[in-house]
Design a protein around this ligand. Structure first.
Ligand code: 13P
Ligand code: SF4
Length: 302
C-alpha cells in the first residue's frame, strides 16, 4: 500500500480530521481534508464533530484546536514543530508588560503559547487583526504582541496612536526586507507583488507591494489574478496551492530561502505514524485553557 493510501485508510479508521497549514509540504497538503490559514483552520477545528484532529502545522495551532474543542484528541505529528515568533514572549513577560499599562486591552497574535493566550483579552490572526484592533474602543490603550511588523501594519491601517507593540518577529519573514522587495521588483517589473504582514518589510515596503494578505488571502488572490507573474513575499510552502489553483500565472518566491524549518518538520510518514499510534497528543492545563478560550472565541467570531 502506498503511504498516501495508508494515511487515507488510517484517517477513516480513526475518523480523524487532517488539517494542514498553507506552509506544509506539498505531500502533506495533498493528503489533508482541509488546507488553510490560521483562522480558517481554527474555525474548522472548533466545529468538527470527528473525535480526532491531526494537525499538520505547528504547536500553537494544535494547542488552539485543543482549547477550542477540548473533548477531541488533538495530534501534532512532530513535537519539534514550534514557532520562532511564538517564542518571542512568555506569559511572565506579558504579565510584567500589562503591569506597566493598567487597563490596556491585550491583543495577542495567535502565534503565541497557550500560557500567553491565557493572559490576553483577544487573539487575532493576520486575517482579522485589523478588524479586531479597529473594533476596540478608541480611548483604550492596546498592547499588541508579539509581532512588531504585523503590529506596525495594523497601526497604519487603523490609524491608532495608543497602540504599544512588542518587538518580536518571525525569523523567516523578518528577513524579507524592503531591499529584498525592491530587487525582486526591479528584476520583474511587470509582476504583481503580494506580501504577508509579518514580513520585515512591514510598512516600509508598502510602496513596493500591491497587497498585504494572510496566507488564505494570497490563495484567493491566486485564483482571481490574471497577471502573468506574481511575486510572493512569504514562506515558500504557499506556492504549491497558488500554482495548483492557477497554472496560467507564474508565481515566484520573493526569496527562495524563505523556508520555515518548523513548518517543514512534518512529513507524510509522521502523519501516518501519528494516526497509527495516536501521537503526539496535545494537552493544555484546564485553567490555562479556560482563560485562553475566551480570547480565542473572540478571534474565531471576528
Ligand atoms: P496565516 O494565518 O496567514 O496563515 O499565518 C500563519 C503564520 O504562521 C505565518 O507565518
Ligand atoms: Fe512561526 Fe514564522 Fe514559521 Fe509562521 S513562518 S510558523 S510565524 S516561525
Amino acid at each position: 500500500m502506498s503511504l498516501e493510501a495508508e494515511v487515507l485508510a488510517l484517517k477513516e479508521e480513526r475518523n480523524a480530521l487532517l488539517l494542514a497549514h498553507n506552509y506544509q509540504l506539498p505531500e502533506v497538503q495533498d493528503a489533508a481534508d482541509l488546507v488553510g490559514d490560521s483562522l480558517y483552520l481554527s474555525r474548522k477545528a472548533a466545529e468538527t464533530d470527528r473525535p480526532v484532529i491531526c494537525f499538520a502545522g505547528v504547536r500553537f495551532m494544535a494547542e488552539t484546536a485543543k482549547i477550542l474543542n477540548p473533548e477531541k484528541t488533538v495530534l501534532l505529528p512532530d513535537l519539534a514543530a514550534g514557532c520562532g515568533l511564538a517564542d518571542a514572549i512568555t506569559a511572565e513577560q506579558l504579565r510584567t508588560w500589562k503591569g506597566e499599562h493598567p487597563g490596556a486591552v491585550v491583543v495577542a497574535y495567535v502565534n503565541t503559547s497557550a500560557d500567553v493566550k491565557a493572559e490576553a483579552d483577544y487573539c487575532c490572526t493576520s486575517s482579522n487583526a485589523v478588524r479586531i484592533v479597529g473594533g476596540l474602543p478608541p480611548e483604550k490603550e492596546v498592547l499588541f504582541l508579539p509581532d512588531v511588523f504585523l503590529g506596525e501594519w495594523v497601526r497604519a491601517q487603523t490609524g491608532r496612536k495608543n497602540m504599544h507593540l512588542w518587538t518580536g518577529d518571525c525569523p523567516v519573514h523578518a528577513k524579507l526586507r524592503p531591499e529584498t522587495l525592491r530587487m525582486a521588483r526591479a528584476a520583474h517589473p511587470e509582476a504583481e507583488v503580494v506580501a504577508h504582514p509579518e514580513c520585515g518589510c512591514g510598512t516600509a515596503a508598502l510602496p513596493h507591494v500591491d497587497r498585504i494578505l494572510s496566507t488564505d488571502g494570497m490563495v484567493r488572490f491566486a485564483s482571481e489574478t490574471r497577471a502573468k507573474e506574481v511575486l510572493v513575499a512569504t514562506e515558500v510552502g504557499i506556492l504549491h496551492r497558488m500554482r495548483k489553483l492557477n497554472p496560467e500565472t507564474n508565481f515566484l518566491p520573493i526569496q527562495e530561502g524563505a523556508i520555515c524549518p518548523y513548518m517543514k518538520q512534518i512529513d507524510l510518514t509522521d502523519v501516518r505514524d501519528s494516526l497509527a499510534q495516536l501521537r503526539f497528543q496535545i494537552e493544555v492545563p484546564t485553567e490555562t485553557a479556560r482563560k485562553a478560550r475566551l480570547s480565542l472565541e473572540r478571534m474565531i467570531a471576528s
